[in-house]
Design a protein around this ligand. Structure first.
Ligand code: CAA
Length: 390
């Protein structure tokens, strides 16, 4: 039985449209630096009406399932907190769109922004038991808050797909973890609401408290100390949160590193998040892709610390080691092209997409083509969502 398991490939996708926070600030007659600097965000992805968590997930996973060995995928674990159905797992649509083997387990996982980490750890355990198998972990979310609230500027959307295997080519995941769970109401979305309810300042306080406690629990079982890590990935509701979190962790560990050295340990993880926005479950892993794809130094052999947080709340601290030769197995150019090709929205267009049609009458609702992607939501008819490959 192999004990070396982890992330073999990683790929992400976001919407074809974005809304620039300068345009939001202009509409609100506020200083754009409140967003660009204060929360560290520049743009947010806005899903078109024919894009959703399923189409983004299928796009993200598409490059990972092109090889002959995709038949080895024994499980598809789909993490989301913006599910489209109370019963059917969104991953089943993705499974069909990608043409995966029918001999496959598909399930959806939920615990706010944390569930992708639960999926990753479960995937590692499954692969450790059957090293010849692969597990496809997908996290896909659309972050949506009420208009004219502090949360509005922290919207966004994105999906990330990771192939978890034995002897991975990107990042080996260490078995030691530290958790912290607490029953709090910092951010939640009752079934009857399309937008999240959030106690914003309180949520940042719980995030930092959870970081300290999960880290302490991690320290109790891991031989790794703060100084053993070259880089740190954090859950990214907005980029400034990671900066605050990293300063907090550094203080807890009484580090002698300068503010510039601390910033260098997280800066490359923030590149994509600043222009995609919050993607809930996907955000920390898009941060990992951002680090691997944007780091000027070779990260082979270096340790990365991961802090995953899901409101409500569950937190986990864990670690991984970058594998030698990882840079040959990234999708850097594809991701650059995806982000480069996105189209900006006017305020009116943003509001139009914000109010996504959500027919509840069971009638035939045909959705015009908007996405430039391979997959789209074509219609909702008799309460059934119809996805097509273009
Ligand atoms: N130029 C530069 N900076 C400026 C500025 C300007 N003109 N105006 C304001 N700022 C700075 C402020 O000084 C502040 O900086 P500090 O945090 O360092 O003090 C920063 O911009 C934010 O401004 P405010 O303090 O006025 O905060 P806000 O009212 O804009 O709200 C928020 C911030 C509460 C986080 C809000 O964005 C929110 O509710 N977001 C959604 C909830 C969230 O993301 N919570 C994170 C933890 S929970 C989680 O992680 C789960 C999840 O995914 C949701």
């Amino acid at each position: 039985m192999s004990s070396v398991v982890g992330i073999d490939q990683i790929s992400f996708h976001t919407s074809n449209h974005f809304f620039d926070l300068r345009s939001l600030a202009e509409h609100q007659e506020t200083d754009p630096n409140k967003y660009y600097e204060g929360i560290g965000q520049e743009k947010m992805g806005m899903a078109a009406h024919d894009e959703d968590i399923v189409t983004m997930a299928a796009e993200a996973a598409y490059p990972l399932v092109q090889g002959d060995d995709s038949a080895a995928i024994s499980s598809l674990l789909f993490a989301t907190e913006t599910g489209i159905d109370q019963s059917k797992a969104a991953g089943i649509y993705v499974h069909r769109l990608l043409g995966l083997s029918n001999n496959c387990r598909v399930v959806e996982l939920k615990q706010a922004c944390f569930s992708a980490t639960a999926a990753l750890q479960m995937a590692c355990a499954l692969v450790a038991r059957q090293p010849e198998k692969k597990v496809l972990v997908i996290a896909s979310d659309i972050a949506r808050y009420e208009l004219n609230t502090p949360g509005e500027a922290t919207q966004g959307c994105g999906a990330v797909a990771m192939l978890v295997t034995a002897n991975p080519r990107l990042v080996e995941i260490d078995p030691e973890v530290g958790n912290h769970v607490e029953d709090v109401m910092d951010f939640w979305r009752p079934n009857y609401r399309k937008t999240a309810l959030v106690d914003g300042k309180y949520s940042t306080k719980i995030y930092l408290r959870s970081l300290k406690r999960a880290w302490e629990n991690f320290q109790a079982v891991s031989s790794l100390n703060f100084n053993d890590f070259s880089h740190f990935c954090y859950h990214l509701p907005f980029s400034r949160m990671a900066q605050k979190a990293h300063q907090h962790l550094a203080k807890v560990n009484k580090t002698t590193l300068t503010p510039e050295q601390l910033e260098a340990q997280i800066a490359d993880t923030l590149v994509y998040n600043r222009i995609i926005g919050n993607s809930y479950t996907a955000s920390m892993y898009i941060g990992l892709a951002s680090l691997l794809e944007n780091s000027a130094e070779n990260l082979a052999g270096q340790r990365i610390g991961f802090f995953s947080y899901g409101s409500g709340s569950v937190a986990e601290y864990f670690s991984g080691k970058v594998v030698s030769g990882y840079e040959a197995h990234l999708f850097t150019a594809d991701h650059a092209a995806l982000l480069q090709a996105r189209q900006p929205l006017s305020y009116e267009e943003y509001i139009h997409l914000y109010h996504a049609p959500d027919p509840t009458d069971g009638g035939e609702h045909v959705i015009p083509v908007s996405t430039k992607g391979r997959f789209r939501l074509a219609s909702i008819s008799h309460h059934k969502r119809e996805y097509v490959a273009l």
